[in-house]
Each structure stands twice: as structure tokens, then as C-alpha cells.
Design a protein around this ligand. Structure first.
Ligand code: IMP
Ligand code: MG
Length: 177
């Protein structure tokens, strides 16, 4: 039988820490966005687990939407290009947008999306990311809400993949080299 954990070096962020962080971020956002009815836009597919854990800790009126974008080909390196595969269903004009991402790496994806949403006349655009790898930044992107700053290592699990694999591991893990 195939063992999903065979290529995993170890756990970087465990289940309990992930849940505590979602609680903390959800409470913070709920305070900051009172009466603003924020629109949470999840960037699929990596955001799935973080999005669902975060949103159930948001206690104010809000809306949910999703996008599918690709900036990575298969593997670990960015192509530097951003392509929108699925756009939001509703208009974002006048809305307070919060992008929900698994990880900000080069910043190419979110830099592109932020500029695009400003051009679409969103009232405000901020980022809530589970992970941040600032060492790898190529664009000037500063998430308002960050779960964990991590070193320059390739991580998988809790929604994050390597070639579409490992997304279903319930915690953030480091891959063997
Ligand atoms: P950026 O445009 O370089 O910031 O890329 C962000 C996207 O790259 C994320 O949404 C992930 O899908 C992917 N990515 C970056 N680093 C990792 C990693 O360590 N593990 C898995 N996916 C990653
Ligand atoms: Mg990915």
C-alpha cells in the first residue's frame, strides 16, 4: 500500500497550533471589519482547509467567494505568469475584499490580484495568509494577516500540494529533499 507520509520529513505546524491560529485571526478580522461585510475570496485549491477553519471563527456578517488562479506550473518553481482560471461570481466594486491564501512566496500571484482588484474598484483589498516565506519575495506584497512566517522550505499538507499530492495531510509538513 502506498504511504502518503513516506516522503515527509516532519511536521512544521501541528493541528492544535493551526486551530489556535485560525481562532486568533478570525477574532482579529471580526474586530477590524465590523459593519463592513467583508468578502472573503479564497484562492483555490491551496486555501481549502485554512479557509474553512478561518471562516468558522469569523463572527460578523460576511460573504464567501473563490478564485482559481495558476502561477505555478507543475513542481516547485513559479512560472512568473498569473492566469485566472475561475473568477469571482459576484462583482467586487465597492466591496471590502480579503484574499485568503495558503502561502505568500514570491508574491507574484497576490501582487497581480491586488492590482487587478484595485482596478475593479474594490473599496479595500487585504490579504490573510496562513504562511509567509518573506525570504523568497520578488514583489512588494505585505499581508495584513499572517498565520506563520516560515523559513525557505517547501511545505505540504493542510491544503498545500506538491504536484497535487499531499493536500489532505491535516498539518503543515516539510518534504524530504
Ligand atoms: P507566489 O505567487 O510565488 O507567492 O506563489 C504562491 C503560490 O505558490 C501558493 O498559493 C502555493 O500554491 C504555491 N507555493 C509556494 N510555496 C509553496 C510551498 O512551500 N508549498 C506548496 N505550495 C507553495
Ligand atoms: Mg499550489
Amino acid at each position: 500500500m502506498e504511504d502518503l507520509m513516506a516522503d515527509i520529513q516532519g511536521t512544521l505546524i501541528g493541528k492544535e497550533d493551526l486551530q489556535l491560529k485560525c481562532k486568533e485571526l478570525g477574532a482579529k478580522i471580526s474586530r477590524d471589519y465590523q459593519n463592513k461585510r467583508p468578502l472573503f475570496i479564497g484562492i483555490l485549491k491551496g486555501c481549502v482547509m485554512f479557509y474553512s477553519d478561518l471562516i468558522r471563527n469569523v463572527s460578523i456578517d460576511c460573504e464567501m467567494d473563490f478564485m482559481v488562479v495558476s502561477s505555478y506550473g507543475a513542481g516547485k518553481t513559479s512560472s512568473g505568469e498569473v492566469k485566472i482560471i475561475k473568477d469571482t461570481s459576484a462583482s467586487v466594486e465597492g466591496r471590502h475584499v480579503i484574499f485568503v491564501e495558503d502561502i505568500v512566496d514570491s508574491g507574484i500571484t497576490l501582487n497581480y490580484l491586488i492590482n487587478l482588484f484595485k482596478a475593479r474598484n474594490a473599496a479595500s483589498v487585504e490579504i490573510c495568509t496562513l504562511l509567509d516565506k518573506p525570504e523568497r519575495r520578488q514583489r512588494d506584497v505585505h499581508p495584513k494577516y499572517t498565520g506563520f512566517v516560515i523559513p525557505n522550505e517547501f511545505v505540504v499538507g493542510y491544503g498545500l500540494d506538491f504536484d497535487e499530492k499531499y493536500r489532505n495531510i491535516p498539518e503543515v509538513c516539510v518534504l524530504k529533499h
